[in-house]
Design a protein around this ligand. Structure first.
Ligand code: TRP
Length: 513
C-alpha cells in the first residue's frame, strides 16, 4: 500500500516538472499558454468530453510519413485531413499517419501525449486552427492539456501555415479502418428528398457502405412520433423516405436496411437504458432545450421528445457500432450515447461498444441563412419534376454584395458555390466559374444554369432508379423484410446479453425471442 503511494507521489513530481520545463520553453518563444489538469486520459475525445468542450476546441499533433520523410501536422480535431493537398505541398506520392511506435521513436514522446515543440521536423499548421482564438492541445503528459493562444502557434520554430484539411467534411476522427457503421433517418418530412438530405450523413454513408464490414441504415419511424401524430401522414412519410434513400444509392445487397419499429428491442432497450441515464444529462440536450425555449411550457413537450436521445442510444448500442455518420447537429446525441453506454458498462460489466460520431456539415438552404429543410422552403429537390428543380436553383441566393455581373463576387459562404462543390463532378468547371465570379466576368444566371445541369447529371441514375422502384412496391417490401430479419437477429442477441447482465433472468427463466 505504502509503496504504491510513494510511487504515485514521485511520478507526480516528475510530471509537474515536465510541464514546468515545457512551460518555460513556450514562454521563451512568446507563446501564450496555460495548463488544464485532468485525470490521465489518452484519447482526445475523452479529454474534451471530460472538460465539457467540443472537439473543435482541441487540436492534435500528428506525425506523418510522406514518402520517406517525416513531417508534423497540427490540425483541429474536428477537421479531416486532405491527403491530396498535403501530398501536393510535400511533392510526395505516398502519405500516411505514423504508427504509434514510429511516433514515439521520432518524437521521444508517448503517443497521445504529444506537444507542439518537436525539433528537427518541419511543422505544418492547418489554417483552420486560426478560426479559434484559443485551442487545447497536448503538452507531453496525459494528466495535463495546454491551452494555447492560436496565433502564437506560428512562433513554433520550423513551422508554416497551410490549408491541410478538407473544406466540407468535418469528422470526429480519422477513420483508418471502417468496422460497423449505422445511421438512421427520421421521416419527419414528407415528399421528395432534397440535396440537404443527401449531403452529409447520407452521402458519407453511401461512400462508406462498400468499405464497411457491416452497415445498418434504418428509418427512425418511432422517433418521428414525437412530432407526427397522424396515421396517414406517418405512413406516407415512411413510404416516401424508403423510396428516396434506396434510389439515392443505399445498396440493399450490402446494407441492412430496415424500419426501426420492425425491431421491438429498440424500445425495450430504451426502457432499460432510461434507468442508467441521469436526468440532468437529458435536460441539457438541445432538442429538449430548444423546444422549451420556443414553447416556454413543459406541458407541450412529450416524453417521447424528452427521451429521444435514449431511444437513439438504444438504436446504436444494439448493433456494436463503430461509426455513426450524422450531421453535426446530432453530435450531442452521439456523445450521450457514449455516456449512457459507459454508465451501463461500469454498472453491469462490459456490454456495449462506444461508437464514434462521423460528423458532417449541415448544408445551408437556398436563402443562405439556415439549415436546408423542407419546413423552411429553402430546398433543392432531387426527385421532383425538372421544371420545379430548375426554379429552385434559379431562385437561390448568391452574393448579396454583388449588384451586377461585372462586380467581383464572393465565392465563400455563397450557397450556389457550396452546391457546386457538393454536386458538380466537373471540378475544372467549378474552378473556372469561381475564378470568373471573383473577377466579375460571369453572371449569376450562368453559374446557376451550370448548377442545374450538374444536378441533373449527378442524379440521373438516381432519378431513373426512383421511377423504377416506385413501380415495384413488392421489391421494396422484400428489402425491408429481409433487412428487419437480419437486424432483429443481431438486436435480440444483444438484448439477451443485456437481460442476462441486469438480472432479469434467473433460475426460473425460459424466455427467448
Ligand atoms: N436523430 C437522427 C436525426 O434526426 C435520426 C436517428 C435516430 C439516428 N436514431 C439514430 C441517427 C441513430 C443515427 C443513429 O437525424
Amino acid at each position: 500500500m505504502k509503496k504504491t503511494k510513494i510511487f504515485i507521489f514521485s511520478e507526480k513530481i516528475k510530471m509537474e516538472k515536465i510541464v514546468e520545463e515545457y512551460s518555460k520553453k513556450l514562454e521563451k518563444l512568446g507563446i501564450e499558454h496555460s495548463f488544464v489538469k485532468h485525470p490521465p486520459l489518452k484519447e482526445v475525445a475523452d479529454i474534451m468530453r471530460h472538460l465539457g468542450l467540443p472537439l473543435s476546441d482541441g487540436f492534435s499533433t500528428l506525425v506523418m510519413k510522406a514518402d520517406d520523410q517525416y513531417v508534423v501536422v497540427i490540425r483541429r480535431d474536428d477537421c479531416r485531413l486532405d491527403y491530396k493537398k498535403i501530398k501536393k505541398i510535400l511533392h510526395a506520392s505516398n502519405l500516411r499517419i505514423a504508427e504509434e511506435a514510429e511516433f514515439e521513436k521520432m518524437t521521444g514522446l508517448k503517443s497521445g501525449a504529444a506537444h507542439v515543440l518537436i525539433p528537427n521536423f518541419k511543422i505544418f499548421l492547418d489554417k483552420r486552427l486560426f478560426e479559434k482564438e484559443y485551442l487545447l492541445g497536448g503538452c507531453g503528459t496525459f494528466e495535463y492539456s495546454c491551452r494555447y493562444k492560436t496565433t502564437d502557434l506560428q512562433k513554433i520554430p520550423n513551422s508554416q501555415v497551410d490549408s491541410l484539411t478538407q473544406e466540407g467534411g468535418i469528422i470526429a476522427s480519422e477513420i483508418s479502418q471502417t468496422g460497423t457503421i449505422l445511421t438512421g433517418i427520421t421521416p419527419s418530412g414528407s415528399g421528395h428528398a432534397h440535396i440537404g438530405n443527401y449531403s452529409g450523413a447520407v452521402e458519407q454513408f453511401i461512400k462508406l457502405q462498400q468499405k464497411a464490414q457491416k452497415a445498418y441504415f434504418f428509418i427512425a419511424d418511432l422517433h418521428a412520433l414525437t412530432t407526427i401524430q397522424n396515421k396517414e401522414e406517418l405512413q406516407r412519410n415512411v413510404e416516401s423516405q424508403v423510396l428516396n434513400y434506396l434510389a439515392l444509392g443505399i445498396d440493399p445487397e450490402k446494407v441492412i436496411f430496415y424500419r426501426q419499429s420492425d425491431i421491438p428491442t429498440h424500445t425495450e432497450l430504451q426502457s432499460i437504458l432510461n434507468n442508467v441515464t441521469p436526468l440532468g444529462l437529458i435536460k441539457r440536450c438541445h432538442a429538449y432545450k430548444d423546444k422549451l425555449q420556443k414553447n416556454e411550457d413543459e406541458e407541450n413537450i412529450n416524453m417521447g421528445l424528452f427521451s429521444y436521445p435514449v431511444l437513439m442510444a438504444a438504436d446504436i448500442l444494439l448493433y456494436d457500432v463503430d461509426y455513426v455518420p450524422v450531421g453535426d447537429d446530432q453530435k450531442q446525441h452521439i456523445e450521450i450515447t457514449r455516456d449512457v453506454a459507459d454508465y451501463f458498462n461500469k454498472k453491469f460489466g462490459e456490454t456495449f461498444k462506444l461508437p464514434k460520431g462521423h460528423l458532417t456539415k449541415i448544408l445551408v438552404g437556398t436563402e443562405g441563412q439556415r439549415k436546408m429543410s423542407k419546413g423552411l422552403g429553402n430546398v433543392i429537390n432531387i426527385f421532383e419534376d425538372e421544371a420545379i428543380i430548375k426554379k429552385q436553383v434559379m431562385n437561390c441566393f448568391t452574393d448579396p454584395t454583388r449588384k451586377t455581373a461585372t462586380d467581383p463576387g464572393h465565392v465563400e459562404g455563397n450557397p450556389v458555390f457550396m452546391y457546386h462543390d457538393l454536386i458538380n463532378d466537373n471540378k475544372e468547371e467549378v474552378k473556372d466559374l469561381k475564378e470568373r465570379y471573383q473577377k466579375g466576368t460571369v453572371g449569376d444566371v450562368e453559374v446557376k444554369e451550370k448548377l442545374y445541369a450538374a444536378l441533373m447529371k449527378k442524379f440521373q441514375k438516381e432519378r431513373a432508379r426512383y421511377e423504377e422502384l416506385k413501380k415495384n412496391p413488392d421489391k421494396i417490401k422484400k428489402i425491408l423484410a429481409e433487412g428487419a430479419a437480419k437486424a432483429r437477429s443481431q438486436a435480440t442477441k444483444k438484448m439477451m446479453e443485456v437481460r442476462e447482465k441486469i438480472g432479469i433472468t434467473n433460475k426460473y427463466s425460459s424466455f427467448s425471442y
